[in-house]
Design a protein around this ligand. Structure first.
Ligand code: SF4
Length: 691
């Protein structure tokens, strides 16, 4: 029998048809009816059937290295958390979740932590992925709302890609753009990226901007649009506020000054500005190169400012468009998966706290935001976190200053990890290991980058004693004395509660409206974009009304950071993804054909830099920073600018011995969003002593 489900990798959220075969294998195909992909799949999605073996799976609960019963494990976790709370207070415990969790799992984890334990110390690896976009949306639109649809990318006459290697990181979206361009040759594409990535193959113009120079590029664009007189004054007057202040902050940014801050030529900047100014249908699509920055939120707002100033938002083929990295980063945002948000897009303000508390019947509602990811592990290192529960993620490899995170976890009195994998570097530090269900076994929903909720459906039996995350969380909540609020038989009941909370005493609400799903049949739920008011509202902001108190979008005055000055002999290291691997390879590492694309960790280095350092092609390179060091293979290429390096984030000690690239990155974060600057680590490079 074929099951209709959703890919567990990136935020494109492709529909998948999975058909188990009599020999135990599973045939995978793209779902031709899913509006995200219309049957397409990328290399990772099409290899899903090759990643389903039980090799390396955690199949039974463990305390220490001993196999225990579920009752013993759950009692241990509940007692450990209760004892930490009673001795040190609710802020002494924490949950660290993941964009891999389904919305129902995320919802329950938040309910337990924020409503019943009484702390908002629940954050997620989505903090590393799109927190700056969340903050930028809230500043501009009054709500964390992505205005775009995937069709906009096909209908645009100009696509500006910023800090986004779409060809490898959101491959099906890239395929859709390539196909649309074949039909509409007038479509132009500008790539703004320090690297010349594969995505450049379809670009008409590549701007190899200096790291973090993209903020200045868009501030300068706002000033240039004003100088050219292509500002949409009537749109600005009717639908926005704060334009004068934003323009005042931008007006000194001449093309020459932008050139100085971006390391781009004045000619190429002028060409980009001219294309933007003269094209009405413009989509600016951006991802981690914008978000993973110490000025990420400002960069998001610098982009949005240009769209507001030209009235290019809310219409087909135009708008700013943040694409999320993870399969359910958006679903986590919906249920308050970030430490500074409440469920259903509510905030830590008295009326929302009171409303959520009453809806849940919560005895100890958190009253203030909790610790964001980097701060959470820093607090742990200081001994302030006495118990942590890590769900479906591997922070020992993926967090900045990963070695310090490893040390913090090693000293935390109680580390609980629920995951499907037995051998991650984080699992190695767990006192309690809880076997969680994986893709193909889980049942729930995810939301993709265009706000489309899709079902993930099971087609395999639960292996060993593995259980769904929502069940594990509910069982711990029961043992902590909160049974009645966590009595669920199936994930559909949790989804119904999530829908009900979105509408609870909130009739006038327009941003996160799920009212059209109140009576929806969960089992047969077809992919649907929120808001859902009776029916799905695909086109947001078409009426020029935003979710701020006065209904107007807000310009944000932006002062770009000064150009980064590198000390002689140092390099700026950019980290990111390769085409065929996902996160720390716990799933893609099982498929031989995916590993064949890039077999080992590497560092891209410009030929002149390699020669100056005596680094030969394919030799081993030692990269180091004050936070750690790694050994990686040299990939000498002029795709990389001088003084800059790129290395992928996937390889861990498990796969490469000494290749945890995030160990080099400082825990510097954006002051608004708390997102770490994973694209800009200052490192030293040298030939490795061992070749
Ligand atoms: Fe999965 Fe993303 Fe590939 Fe689609 S583009 S198949 S969601 S990894």
């Amino acid at each position: 029998m074929t099951t209709r489900t959703t890919c567990p990798y990136c935020g494109v959220g492709c529909g998948v048809l999975a058909t188990p075969q009599p020999d135990g294998s599973v045939t995978i195909a793209g779902d031709p009816e899913h509006p995200a992909n219309f049957g397409r799949l990328c290399s990772k999605g099409s290899a899903l059937g090759e990643t389903l073996s039980l090799e390396g799976r955690l199949l039974h609960p463990e305390i220490g290295d001993a196999r225990v019963t579920w009752d013993e494990a759950l009692d241990h976790v509940a007692k450990g958390f209760m004892s930490a709370v009673s001795e040190h207070g609710p802020d002494s415990v924490a949950i660290y979740g993941s964009g891999q969790l389904l919305t129902e799992d995320y919802y329950l984890a938040n309910k337990l932590m924020k409503g019943f334990i009484g702390s908002a110390n629940i954050d997620t690896n989505s903090r590393l992925c799109m927190a700056s976009s969340v903050a930028g949306h809230k500043r501009a639109f009054g709500s964390d709302t992505v205005p775009g649809n995937y069709e906009d990318l096909e209908e645009a006459d100009l696509i500006v890609m910023v800090g986004s290697n779409l060809a490898w990181c959101h491959p099906v979206l890239y395929q859709r753009i390539v196909a649309a361009r074949a039909q509409r040759p007038q479509m132009k594409i500008v790539l703004i990226d320090p690297r010349r990535t594969v995505t450049n193959d379809i670009a008409d113009l590549h701007l190899p901007v200096a790291p973090d120079g993209d903020g200045a590029l868009f501030v300068g664009l706002l000033a240039h649009l004003d100088r050219l007189g292509v500002i949409d004054s009537s749109y600005i007057a009717a639908h926005t506020s704060g334009f004068e202040a934003a323009l005042l902050a931008a007006e000194d940014w001449s093309i020459e000054r932008v050139a100085g801050a971006t390391a781009l030529s004045a000619v190429s900047i002028a060409r980009f500005y001219e294309l933007f100014a003269r094209t009405r249908r413009v989509v600016t699509v951006y991802s981690q190169g914008v978000n993973q920055s110490a000025s990420g939120t400002d960069k998001v707002n610098a982009i949005i400012n240009c769209h507001l100033a030209t009235g290019r938002i809310g219409y087909p083929g135009m708008g700013p468009f943040s694409v999320t990295g993870q399969p359910n980063a958006m679903g986590g945002r919906e249920v308050g998966g970030l430490a500074n948000m409440l469920a259903a897009h509510m905030e830590f303000v008295p009326e929302d706290i009171e409303r959520v508390s009453r809806f849940w019947g919560a005895p100890r509602m958190a009253s203030k935001p909790g610790l964001k990811a980097v701060d959470l592990f820093a607090a742990m290192a200081r001994g302030e976190i006495k118990a942590v529960w890590i769900m479906a993620t591997n922070p020992v490899d993926s967090m900045p200053e990963a070695n310090a995170v490893r040390t913090a976890l090693a000293t935390c009195p109680l580390v609980v990890v629920s995951d499907m994998n037995r051998h991650t570097d984080t699992m190695a530090l767990a006192h309690v290991r809880l076997p969680a269900a994986g893709w193909g076994e889980k049942d729930g929903t995810v939301t993709n980058s265009e706000r489309r909720i899709s079902r993930q459906r099971p087609f395999l039996p639960l292996p060993g004693e593995a259980r769904p995350d929502w069940w594990i969380i509910g069982q711990v909540a029961h043992r902590m004395g909160h049974g009645r609020a966590f009595d669920y038989e199936a994930p559909g009941e949790i989804f119904a509660e999530h829908v009900a909370l979105a509408g609870f005493e909130n009739e006038g609400r327009r941003d996160f409206d799920l009212s059209g799903l109140v009576d929806a049949d969960y089992e047969s739920l077809a992919p649907v974009q929120w808001p859902v008011r009776g029916k799905s509202v695909a086109r947001l902001f078409a009426d020029g009304k935003f979710f701020t108190a006065d209904g107007k979008a807000r310009f944000v005055p932006i002062q770009p950071p000064p150009a980064f000055a590198l000390a002689p002999g140092s390099f700026l290291l950019n980290t990111g993804r390769v085409r065929d691997h996902w996160h720390t390879m716990t799933r893609t590492g099982k498929a031989a054909r995916l590993s064949a694309h890039m077999a080992e960790p590497f560092v891209e280095i410009h030929p002149a830099d390699a020669e100056a350092l005596g680094i030969r092609r394919a030799s081993l390179v030692r990269l180091s920073s004050p936070h750690g060091h790694v050994l990686v293979r040299a990939l000498v290429t002029d795709r990389q600018s001088r003084g800059q390096l790129f290395s992928p984030m996937h390889w861990t000690d498990q796969f490469a011995g000494n290749g945890r690239i995030d160990a080099l990155v400082a825990g510097k974060t954006d002051p608004v969003s708390g997102q770490p600057a994973l694209k800009m680590a200052v490192v030293h490079a040298e030939p490795a002593a061992v070749q």
